[in-house]
Write a protein that binds this ligand. Structure first.
Ligand code: G6P
Length: 437
């Protein structure tokens, strides 16, 4: 692949995040010679696609890079012959996300885009669409890699790995974001920090950290206690308790706050819900502002306002990954792949998010060097079982699997709550859930 001009198709290309990706392809064009960038969207996203596409064009012209930008609503033509297909779509747009977040909250449960009942509903809507895209890739670009950012990224990736032959890698900005946060805490550069991750997307733990080659895991846990800034923009910055962190023996990811600090997080979510609406509604306001800026014909760079979104650095993660595949670099990056025995307490065919060696054939998980402790294993196995059931529910429209998935999820936790939430979510999203008809 190295040396040949690359075709990249971005599905959900009208996303407000696209300028971030375009910036990544511009900055790293020497090592990653993208020739054709095809931004694809659906009819409802056409207006946004045109605005973002025109901005992408201006950014590339200003930077003087020979990248051709194409805009299309024809997904199949975009996929045909692509080297990489990037999925960053949102089935049902932000209105559906608002429902995912609001419905659980109204019943007194955490309402979150990627985890709990909200993430579950998003998975049900998204998996059939991603599998449809996989069918197109199998037919039209069988050698392409699918790089999936679409949330819930771990569950969606697991579905693609189990139900297609596409070379799929799931990608999230959380590992790279955490590395930068820890580098700030230790006042060093991110490339001086090495993290070992154990877990799955949005539920992974840093089990070992080295700074300039020295193991500083215990020191990290001491420093991280109460520290600010160890979170993503979309998650409240609640500090970790010192005794708790020591007893976990690993640094939990930002999303663990929904589990380990459930009561506080729910209280905070309910306050925010009353004052500002759901996160989706906040994001809608940020997007409206962004799209006003994007329309300005004089704007030819990524505006700083995009940093208000939780997805910061996702382009860096994406470009790093694609460049290492293209250049067969064999470096280490943290991505979502098939377990294949790397974490022994999880099924082989589960998607996990751990350090992987990245080469021309894809991502190969490196088994974590530290054994999985019972406190990590317990939560990890439950949430992974929830994810497996969610994949089955989404693929087959299996209501029993759906009910069991929600019942065992730690942010729902009872059959009665699961039934109420399931009924309401299936009804609210019926237009996007033909598999349950
Ligand atoms: C985090 C997560 C992403 C998620 C994003 C949401 O960064 O890692 O998976 O998409 O936040 O941010 P938003 O601004 O849409 O709430």
């Amino acid at each position: 692949m190295a040396g040949h001009p690359l075709k990249i198709a971005v599905i959900g290309g009208g996303s407000s995040y696209t300028p971030e990706l375009v910036e990544g392809f511009i900055l790293r064009h020497e090592e990653l010679p993208v020739e054709e960038l095809v931004l694809v969207d659906v009819e409802e996203g056409k207006h946004k696609l045109e605005i973002v596409g025109a901005l992408a064009q201006r950014m590339i012209e200003k930077a003087g890079k020979p990248i051709k930008v194409k805009l299309t609503l024809d997904r199949r033509s975009a996929i045909r012959g692509a080297d990489f297909v990037l999925t960053q779509l949102r089935v049902g747009l932000l209105d559906a996300r608002a429902k995912d977040e609001a419905i659980p909250l109204r019943h007194g449960y955490i309402g979150q885009e990627t985890t709990g009942a909200g993430g579950f509903a998003k998975a049900l809507r998204t998996i059939p669409v991603i599998l449809d895209i996989c069918r197109d890739i199998e037919e039209l670009a069988p050698d392409a890699f699918l790089i999936n950012f679409t949330n819930p990224a771990g569950i969606v990736t697991e579905a693609a790995l189990k139900y297609s032959n596409v070379r799929t890698i799931g990608l999230c900005n959380l590992p790279i974001g955490t590395k930068k946060q820890i580098a700030r805490l230790f006042e060093v550069e991110p490339d001086e920090v090495d993290l070992e991750w154990t877990g799955i997307n949005h539920l992974n733990w840093v089990t070992r950290i080295a700074v300039r080659g020295r193991d500083v895991t215990d020191e990290l846990l001491r420093r991280a206690a109460g520290a600010r800034g160890l979170t993503m923009k979309n998650i409240p910055d609640l500090g970790w308790d010192a005794d708790f962190l020591r007893s976990v023996g690993a640094l939990p990811c930002s999303y663990h706050r929904y589990y380990y600090m459930k009561d506080e997080m729910l209280k905070k979510q309910l306050e925010d819900f009353r004052q500002n609406g759901t996160r989706a509604e906040v994001v809608k306001r940020v997007e409206a502002e962004l799209f006003e800026l994007y329309k300005d014909p004089n704007l030819a760079v990524k505006p700083p306002q995009l940093e208000q979104r939780g997805g910061a650095y996702y382009s860096e993660a994406a470009v790093n990954l694609i460049a290492s595949i293209v250049r067969n670099r064999k470096d280490i990056q943290t991505v979502n792949v098939r377990n294949g025995g790397a974490i022994r307490c999880l099924p082989d065919d589960a998607a996990i998010e751990v350090n992987c060696v990245i080469d021309a054939a894809g991502a190969h998980p490196v088994p974590p060097s530290t054994p999985v402790s019972p406190q990590i294993r317990g939560l990890l196995q439950v949430v992974k079982a929830y994810e497996e059931l969610t994949v089955e529910a989404a693929v087959h429209g299996d209501r029993d699997a759906a009910l069991q998935a929600l019942t065992i999820h730690p942010l729902v936790g009872s059959a009665e709550a699961a039934r109420i939430l399931l009924d309401e979510l299936l009804e609210a999203h019926a237009a996007y859930l033909p598999q349950f008809k």
